[in-house]
Design a protein around this ligand. Structure first.
Ligand SMILES: [Zn+2]
Length: 375
């Protein structure tokens, strides 16, 4: 069920550590078989659980009624884009797909207590699903995270531990606590079941396009769980013969914290830590080094994709442009506006299908930074 790509270590269902026991690597997850009975799927309630034959089975799935998120047309410069509005999920971000799977798994194993570190959205999402499962969650967050996200964590009854300093300080504090207590680390960065949940975004996009693949999908990337989820989902659809090609996957990073962009441009096989990360409006992707850097580079190259990096001015402009088009998104999501504009300048457009851009989180979560951009 769980496999370590670095040392080929294998672990059965019930394994609880967030990493490979032998080498410390990040694990992959695979089902023996996935299937897409498209006619039957079409008769089921909307949302991620309708793809049951491509998901692990739980006696009791932990769900908050995840909806099918809209795919809405919008013009960005010369490009006609379909916006995948992931902020329509229960806690206002795409993370709910991963949280639903990860908390369902922990709940099925009888886990009562867990910890997580987050820039805000994943902590808020896991807190909601933990509340639904009756699981006690402690969340380590940068004290500087958006107040709306920190409030959500507390509202759902999780224990918030604000940590001063940049994002990695929250991880350091958490790892010290995990070493000390041995408590389960429900990590959205490390746990492969989080990506397993996010892959349903690809299934939904394909189904919304009449079970065909888009030409290109563009998404914000920090740890890269959207990119890896899309890659896994579209690959499974392709291998099952449902879609004819893999869409190009395009990662968008903030220039101020852009380790994947740097590594991709250099042609590296690994993503080294960003040497001089600076504060960015796009707090949700301000991660100086992704856990699964090698997998991200592989997903980009396998899909003939690329990475674009956008400036703070472009992120701010993106927030305003989306607002004027009727979309309230946080700065982390707004990076895709400039991402589309840059792609349109630099690349020849694919004829293979529509361009989809992922809106990962709702703007009201970051109301304070949006307010500052409007004043
Ligand atoms: Zn290993």
């Amino acid at each position: 069920m769980f496999r370590c790509p670095a040392c080929d270590g294998q672990y059965a269902r019930g394994y609880l550590s967030h990493q490979c026991r032998a080498c410390g690597g990040a694990l992959d997850f695979a089902l023996e078989q996935v299937a897409f009975p498209t006619q039957a799927i079409g008769t089921r309630p909307p949302g991620m659980w309708r793809y049951a034959e491509a998901l692990p089975v739980f006696a009791q799935a932990v769900s908050l009624g995840e909806s099918l998120t809209p795919l809405v047309p919008c013009s960005i410069g010369p490009a006609e884009v379909l916006l995948k509005c992931e902020y329509a999920l229960p806690t206002g971000s795409y993370k709910d797909r991963g949280s639903a799977l990860l908390i369902s798994y922990l709940h099925s194993l009888g886990v009562q207590e867990a910890v997580e570190d987050s820039s805000g959205n994943a902590g808020a999402s896991l807190a909601a699903y933990a509340a639904r499962a009756g699981l006690h969650l402690k969340v380590f967050c940068p004290a500087s995270a958006s107040p709306g996200k920190l409030l959500q964590i507390r509202l759902y009854g999780a224990e918030l531990v604000p940590v001063e300093g940049p994002r990695p300080k929250a991880t350091q504090a958490l790892l010290g606590y995990v070493t000390q207590t041995g408590v389960t680390y429900a990590s959205h960065l490390w746990h492969p079941l989080f990506i397993e949940g996010v892959k349903t975004m690809a299934f939904e996009i394909a189904e919304q396009l009449g079970w065909t693949a888009p030409g290109t999908v563009l998404c914000p990337v920090g740890a890269g769980s959207i990119l890896l989820g899309l890659h896994k989902g579209f690959t499974e659809l392709h291998q099952a013969g449902v879609i004819s090609h893999l869409p190009r996957l395009v990662a968008v990073q903030a220039q101020r914290v852009s380790p994947l962009y740097q590594a991709f441009v250099r042609g590296d096989q690994e993503v080294p830590r960003a040497t001089d990360p600076q504060p960015t409006l796009a707090e949700g992707i301000a991660l100086p080094v992704p856990v699964r850097g090698r997998a991200l580079l592989r997903a980009l190259r396998e899909s003939n994709g690329t990475v674009v990096a956008v400036s703070e001015e472009e992120i701010a402009a993106g927030v305003r442009h989306f607002g004027k088009a009727g979309f309230c998104v946080e700065p982390t999501s707004a990076v895709v506006w400039a991402g589309v504009e840059k792609l349109a300048q630099e690349e020849s457009w694919t004829e293979e299908g529509p361009l989809v851009a992922v809106l990962s989180g709702h703007g009201l979560k970051a109301a304070q930074s949006l307010g500052a951009l409007l004043s």
